[in-house]
Design a protein around this ligand. Structure first.
Ligand SMILES: CC(C)(COP(=O)(O)OP(=O)(O)OC[C@H]1O[C@@H](n2cnc3c(N)ncnc32)[C@H](O)[C@@H]1OP(=O)(O)O)[C@@H](O)C(=O)NCCC(=O)NCCS
Length: 158
């Protein structure tokens, strides 16, 4: 863990290398996030590195309908609440802006909604989820009215 604030500035954010996929999968798994999509071609993963170790990750997922979603934001437990998650999100914002993307979405839960609110995300009406994410239509949870995802977006131009 960082002994002081200065050390937390030594975190490096960079693109994930191909040979790091397994480390990212194990990090995401440990934090109980879905892993199936980590290998999808439409993801752009970044990692947070501290003392040559991956301590966090996050990705931008690009869909065919020009929708861009932030997914797989994860920070190793003992590094949480030290702004690593915020740094990852801000780096993803920068990358999205460079690609001329004005809005990014996320599907989160009650547990982490507060984190995204701190990063300027706003909650969207639930019914928008189907308009944006086609796959939700065939999700058992959605069909059975058991979907607990919270849809949020952030405008990067504001
Ligand atoms: C959610 C997560 C990425 C946050 O990372 P982090 O490095 O701990 O977050 P930060 O330190 O950058 O937090 C920024 C702010 O959000 C707050 N925050 C962090 N997690 C929060 C949560 N779960 N609920 C409410 N607020 C939260 C922090 O207290 C901090 O607030 P402050 O500015 O008032 O001090 C991390 O807890 C995690 O990996 N969780 C498990 C995986 C997960 O659920 N990912 C999200 C998938 S949608």
């Amino acid at each position: 863990m960082f002994e002081n604030k200065k050390k937390s500035q030594n975190i490096r954010l960079r693109s994930m290398k191909k040979n790091e996929i397994n480390s990212v999968i194990s990090l995401v798994k440990k934090l109980k996030l879905p892993v199936e999509h980590v290998l999808e071609y439409n993801n752009f993963f970044i990692v947070a590195e501290y003392q040559n170790k991956i301590i966090g990750c996050g990705c931008l997922t690009f869909y065919d309908n020009n929708i861009v979603e932030i997914r797989s934001i994860a920070v190793k437990k003992r590094f949480q609440k030290r702004r690593v998650g915020s740094k990852i999100i801000k780096k993803l914002f920068e990358i999205a802006k460079r690609k001329n993307i004005h809005t990014v979405y996320t599907r989160t839960s009650m547990k982490t909604k507060g984190f995204f609110l701190k990063l300027e995300f706003k909650e969207m009406p639930k019914n928008m989820i189907l308009r944006l994410f086609d796959k939700c239509k065939s999700c058992e949870k959605y069909v059975n009215n058991k979907c607990d995802s919270i849809l949020m977006d952030v405008n990067l131009l504001e």
